[in-house]
Design a protein around this ligand. Structure first.
Ligand SMILES: Nc1ncnc2c1ncn2[C@@H]1O[C@H](COP(=O)(O)OP(=O)(O)OP(=O)(O)O)[C@@H](O)[C@H]1O
Length: 264
């Protein structure tokens, strides 16, 4: 039987008096990479926040289980060791050096007010080297370009060495070579037994995951393998047939549909 990293049962979520997510049931298996896609405003980021336990409890109905335990009952430090998070447009302490920002990912592993130990320094170095941010480890975050900054924040998430990694738009500002590096990093995490869930707008890159969740209007329309015809049909449908999924060079890719709409 597949073990489940995250299970979401009967999730609904509201912000103010607006219902943003409704009737969501999801089982995300361990050791796999799931990408969440859908049009703007579909509820992808909100769902990811619910899975990470980041929305106020009063706004969410239903239950999320992390590695078989109710998320809400896992003590915060333990949860932070098991689940790493990279948010969209994340603020961080801009005055800190890149090294110190990545070290924030080790906080859940450190005793209260204790200095970082050898394992913490090793994890930070490995993470910064993985995202090729090691060379600017002494520079403050505020002096980095958007893509450089994103690679430091990704290193912070990797430094946690959590079993489950949730990422919202991790490729924001990354140039193509670093997007490719990111794909390899995700594959290495999966090969080592980790679980990755990422919200992605780049549909072709999202198709390189193992599984895909397709959302629209605050609901999950489809969950399936990235190489399954039913997943490709759901993708084309949710994007109003403005993209086509094609097999090119051994990969599934989403190409823009350049035919004009009939009444244009
Ligand atoms: N703080 C908020 N207050 C009111 N409405 C919100 C708030 N945050 C999100 N929403 C609304 O909830 C809906 C879902 O937003 P969400 O950010 O989850 O969508 P998304 O699929 O991630 O979108 P995008 O692809 O544009 O990033 C949107 O209609 C958005 O306007």
């Amino acid at each position: 039987m597949k073990s489940i990293a995250i299970s979401a049962n009967g999730i609904s979520a509201s912000i103010g008096n607006r219902l943003i997510l409704q009737g969501i049931d999801l089982q995300l298996p361990t050791g796999r990479w799931t990408s969440i896609v859908g049009p703007n405003g579909a509820g992808k980021s909100t769902l990811l926040k619910v899975l990470a336990g980041l929305l106020p409890r009063a706004t969410v109905q239903g239950e999320v289980l992390l590695l078989g335990r109710p998320l809400a009952q896992i003590p915060a430090r333990e949860r932070a060791r098991q689940l790493a998070w990279l948010g969209q447009n994340e603020g961080s302490a801009d005055d800190l050096t890149s090294y110190d920002v990545a070290m924030l990912g080790r906080l859940p592993h450190q005793a209260w007010l204790a200095p970082p130990g050898a394992a913490d320094h090793a994890a930070v170095e490995q993470a910064l080297r993985t995202t090729q941010a090691w060379d600017w480890r002494h520079r403050p975050l505020s002096q980095l370009s958007g893509g450089e900054r994103q690679r430091v924040l990704l290193a912070r998430a990797l430094a946690v060495q959590a079993q489950v990694l949730l990422m919202d738009e991790p490729l924001a500002n990354l140039d193509p070579p670093h997007q490719t590096d990111w794909l390899h990093t995700m594959r290495a995490l999966i090969d080592a037994g980790g679980t990755v869930v990422s919200v992605l707008h780049e549909v072709s890159l999202a198709l390189q995951a193992d599984d895909m969740v397709v959302m629209a209007g605050g609901r999950v329309l489809h969950q399936g393998a990235c190489d399954a015809p039913a997943t490709h049909a759901a993708l084309e449908q949710v994007f109003d047939h403005r993209i086509h999924v094609r097999h090119l060079d051994g990969m599934w890719m989403a190409l823009p549909s350049l035919q004009r709409k009939k009444n244009q």
